[in-house]
Design a protein around this ligand. Structure first.
Ligand code: ZN
Length: 328
């Protein structure tokens, strides 16, 4: 039995298999990324807490002798165990190594892969559909997010997907998650209209949604330039045409708001819909100007979902229905 193995037994340390499992769950709880284990790193204690390790277990160390220099080197046993567990997970491609993650995040971190993410969901008995809502990062999605951020802002922009038939492949699913993540992140998880920011108490699932300006149903792109972070109420209001935007990101509200019954659209004293009709309100925008919504996408929304067009459609259909009733 090796010296390290013997020590693991002496100190009754948890098995490497259990540590691997705990590590995956910690990654999930930390939104898919944790720092490389260094001494004093919170994560090292966090996982030790999960196993209720005693002070003795946390501070037990191995002593190795550097023969060349005849110098003893100490390494914490717990630290070694954590590292070995992470190394095994990386070999199984359930997480990426800090040397790989650093290329993406500029930080030495362990990150969940899609395979690892699936594994955690399995452990927690959560359906994979949760991936659309949870804020957990995966290496594959994060790579697309980075691309979305780094793309050059074109002057001429086509907000439509160029492929005629958009197949729902595994890749488009990843791309869709990357879109949601990039948009929410760019707007700091706040509604661009009302500033609402809140998450769920257990899974830190953000309430804010990534809205498409040119909608998916007409092949609008999963692209940050075609996105806007909105709370559910304002997402709905934007999609159905209660408001649109001008090229300077000012809100253009529908005239129909004034015809709404007084008690509609109110939450006690907060009026989410009439608030839109105030003059000169601009939406909140991301810090980086490069990822502002593109005027080409906004123009489409204004012309197709926006105020004027909808008002025309509605008044025509109401004329028809009045005529229809007249005949019967
Ligand atoms: Zn809102």
């Amino acid at each position: 039995m090796s010296y390290e193995r013997r020590l693991l037994e002496v100190y009754k340390m948890p098995s490497q298999k259990d540590v691997s499992k705990a590590l995956l769950q910690s990654l999930f709880n930390n939104n898919g990324v944790i720092k490389e284990f260094g001494s004093g790193e919170i994560i090292v204690d966090e996982i030790a807490d999960l196993f209720k390790l005693s002070e003795e277990q946390r501070t037990a160390y191995l002593e190795t002798v550097y023969k060349k220099e005849n110098r003893a080197k100490k390494a914490y046993l717990w630290h070694r165990l954590l590292f070995r567990a992470a190394d095994t997970l990386a070999k199984e491609k359930l997480i990426t190594r800090p040397t790989q993650t650093i290329e993406l995040t500029n930080k030495r971190e362990w990150m969940l892969t899609e395979k690892g993410y699936n594994k955690v969901l399995e452990i927690l008995h959560l359906p994979s559909s949760q991936k659309d809502f949870l804020p957990v990062k995966s290496y594959e999605v994060q790579r697309i997010v980075e691309k979305l951020y780094k793309q050059e802002r074109p002057i001429k922009y086509d907000p439509f997907e160029t492929k005629k038939t958009v197949k729902i492949s595994a890749e488009t699913k990843l791309r869709n998650r990357a879109f949601k993540q990039a948009v929410k992140e760019a707007y700091d998880y706040k509604c661009a209209v009302c500033g609402m920011k809140i998450y769920s108490p257990h899974t830190f699932h953000w309430e804010v949604e990534a809205a498409h300006i040119v909608p998916h149903r007409v092949n609008g792109r999963d692209d940050i330039l075609n996105g806007l972070a909105l709370c559910r109420l304002h997402h709905w209001a934007f999609d159905v045409g209660w408001f649109t935007l001008d090229d300077n990101f000012k809100i253009l509200a529908s005239e129909k708001i004034k015809d709404l019954p007084a008690n509609f659209g109110r939450l006690e004293s907060y009026d989410f819909i009439r608030h839109l009709s105030k003059e000169d309100i601009k939406i909140s925008l991301p810090l980086k100007q490069d990822v502002y919504p593109h005027p080409a996408a906004i123009k489409w929304h204004r012309e197709n979902m926006g105020v004027s067009k909808l008002e025309v459609i509605r008044s025509r259909s109401s004329e028809r229905s009045i005529l229809g009733r007249g005949v019967s």
